[in-house]
Design a protein around this ligand. Sequence first.
Ligand code: PAZ
Length: 313
Amino acid sequence: MVSAWEDFYAMHPPPQDLVQNESALKEFTKKHLDKGNKVVLVTSGGTTVPLEHNTVRFVDNFSAGTRGSVSAEYFLEHGYAVIFMYRVKSLEPFSRHFIGQKFLDLLQISDNSNETPVITVSPEYTQKVAIVLRKYKEALDQKKLLQFTFTTLFEYLWLLRSACQALAPLESRAILYLAAAVSDFYIPSNEMSVHKIHSTGPPTISLQLVPKILAPLVSLWVPKAFVVSFKLETDESLLISKARTALNKYHHNLVIANMLQTRKQQVIIVSKETDYILSLTNEQLNIGDEIEQLIVSDIVEKHTKFIWSKEVN
Ligand code: PAZ
């Protein structure tokens, strides 16, 4: 019998740039495998579910891309090579420090009417820019950061599978850090309106459940990798039980549970054996400390033990 996820891939064609992305992924993972580096796939941002083939309207999933982009920077600091798979226009590592008006506020312009204006970084920001820029250039020089974008659920799932195929040879040296907010419901391609839905009356839209991709991911695509999924809830009483249900069902390594309202200050690390809180105080939050630093240190420690345990056995 064909499983729901196989059906899903059969019914939704791959994005046009997938073949090109697959060769970039293979080249990246091969290089880091040969060098003995550890590689993490970080997924980040929300997927959309289009309501029309010629998409004017879509259903979106909440995520600014903070968790993923900040975590990617900390993984690089720990020596990992990072594949960063993110939603178009969500936050990216390094550039996240300089978005929107903040970027313009960093700059100063000196105008001498006869000459080309000179634009420089204001002295009060030079140190901050230099710190971020150095880390960014180092990641690029060492070819340790590879980025891909998605928008729709379909693009995300195709790219995720290809990334897993490229990561599989790294076995226990690979981490999957699945922080993206992925749609649970979608309209199948063959039921989607081709053109913009008319607004002559209230439309009836019937959504279907997205197949649970963690199942083939853990059992078939990257069975030897260290897999971390995220669970976002708004009802605190469900958080731990939902995280445990996911662990028991998919048999991966960790679930990081977080509440929408407090996600920047507190997460719960849930494993088969235990669960515990990682958190920042209000003071730490106010001075700009980032909870992702705690999360990534914790994961790196667990991943190191995981690799040892696989090498011993
Ligand atoms: O991107 P962000 O920092 O705004 O939010 C991160 C998050 C809450 C989307 C992430 O931590 C998460 O929980 N992702 C999984 C969401 C889910 O349960 O589908």
